[in-house]
Design a protein around this ligand. Structure first.
Ligand code: NAD
Length: 353
């Protein structure tokens, strides 16, 4: 399998492949860029159809982390770990703890150029297992903890900036928001929005969380295939990627699209279509950086300082403002401006080794 001529190879500094016969571990750790600090990004545990698919994911996701971390001006670079779920998982024949111990040794072998955290498919218990083998782990329950509340705080702040740009006022009073996905981030965001006076429309495949939002926050519940089309001011994708696609965009009436989900645009070309449809899109990796800010608070400093985290969220608001302002003035898409800011900040090199 080729790396250097892979379509998603983007000057990655290192791509490591790991195999452990005894536990069945097959994993990649991709270190995209360490200019700003040790590469950081969560580890994903997923069923991949092939190792080529897993490698593609590692290459793409690590690059995305470089941009996210650089835009937020963090002291960490971009990296990603990807573990291929053993094929016999359905019959639960593999030893999960042994697998994550082997992965912990792999992270340790990368010797601090990569610091891992949680991502899709990895639980807090798995992180504790990884930690038995390496110190290059962040976001454990007894350290900076669950990043979701900080992510929700950042998204809430970003929505206010977007409101100011779209409507001239950042008040939530009298505004309506459709939240797609009421998970760790979506529910916390819905609480912020409701407390600030917004009316909510929500959808989730999990009926228990929508019922809770109805009783606690007075939210209206709609079907998951109708949430994007609600007549609201803000559509907030907080579930999976690809919420903005050729089918959904023509049905979205909200002026603002701003949520926590990663990879909200189904394709990069959607950025242009969204702008042409007159919608203000908050680039996902700018607005959802709260979680990685929380991780950096642990990776780069001796002591977790909530004050520092709040300062970084203030900066996130400033960056959102810059993205919207420049996109309007330069007639560009918000995604293109975010990418440009990312490229510039990625070039800022820090002597950290
Ligand atoms: P989560 O798994 O806790 O929540 C996702 C929610 O979406 C769940 O309640 C799930 O039932 C729901 N969902 C799934 N499919 C749906 C559908 N088709 N329609 C409506 N709801 C659906 O995840 P999370 O931690 O809240 O993260 C949400 C999104 O934000 C993800 O895309 C994640 O990558 C991104 N993100 C999260 C963080 C963080 O700090 N947790 C940081 C940055 C980005």
């Amino acid at each position: 399998m080729s790396i250097f001529s892979h379509p998603d190879f983007d000057g990655h500094e290192a791509v490591h492949a790991f195999h452990d016969e005894a536990s069945g571990l097959r994993a990649f750790i991709a270190v995209h860029n360490t200019n700003r600090g040790p590469a950081s990004g969560g580890t994903r545990f997923w069923s991949y159809a092939s190792d080529a698919d897993a490698l593609t994911d590692a290459l793409r996701l690590s690059r995305a982390m470089s941009y996210k971390n650089a835009v937020a001006r963090l002291g960490i670079g971009g990296g990603k770990g990807v573990i291929m779920r053993p094929a016999n998982f359905a019959s639960d024949q593999f030893d999960r703890e042994a697998l994550f111990r082997a992965y912990g040794r792999a992270v340790n072998d990368v010797a601090g150029t990569y610091v891992t955290a949680e991502d899709v498919g990895v639980s807090p218990a798995d992180m504790v297992t990884i930690k038995t083998q390496t110190d290059f782990v962040a976001g454990l329950p007894d350290t900076s903890g669950d990043p979701s509340p900080v992510t929700a705080d950042g998204v809430f702040r970003g929505i206010r900036v977007a409101l100011r740009h779209a409507f001239g006022s950042d008040t939530l009073e009298g505004r309506s928001v459709a939240v797609q996905g009421l998970g760790h981030v979506g529910y916390a965001l819905a609480e912020h929005l409701s407390q600030a006076g917004a009316s909510l429309i929500v959808a989730d495949i999990n009926d228990a969380v929508t019922a809770r939002a109805k009783s606690e926050l007075g939210a209206k519940i709609v079907a998951t295939d109708a949430i994007h089309a609600q007549p609201v001011d803000v559509f907030s994708p907080c579930a999976l990627g690809g919420a903005i696609n050729a089918k959904t965009l023509p049905q979205i009436t909200a002026k603002i699209i701003a949520g926590a989900a990663n990879n909200q645009l189904a394709t990069p070309a959607m950025a242009e279509h969204v702008a042409r449809a007159g919608k203000l899109y908050a680039p996902d990796y700018v607005i959802n950086a709260g979680g990685i800010i929380n991780v950096d608070a642990e990776v780069s400093y001796d002591r977790y300082d909530p004050e520092w985290v709040r300062g970084k969220l203030d900066e996130l608001e400033e960056t959102m403002d810059e993205v919207f302002t420049r996109a309007r003035k330069e007639g560009s898409t918000t995604s293109a401006i975010a990418e440009e800011i990312g490229r510039m900040r990625l070039a800022e090199r820090r002597d950290w080794r």
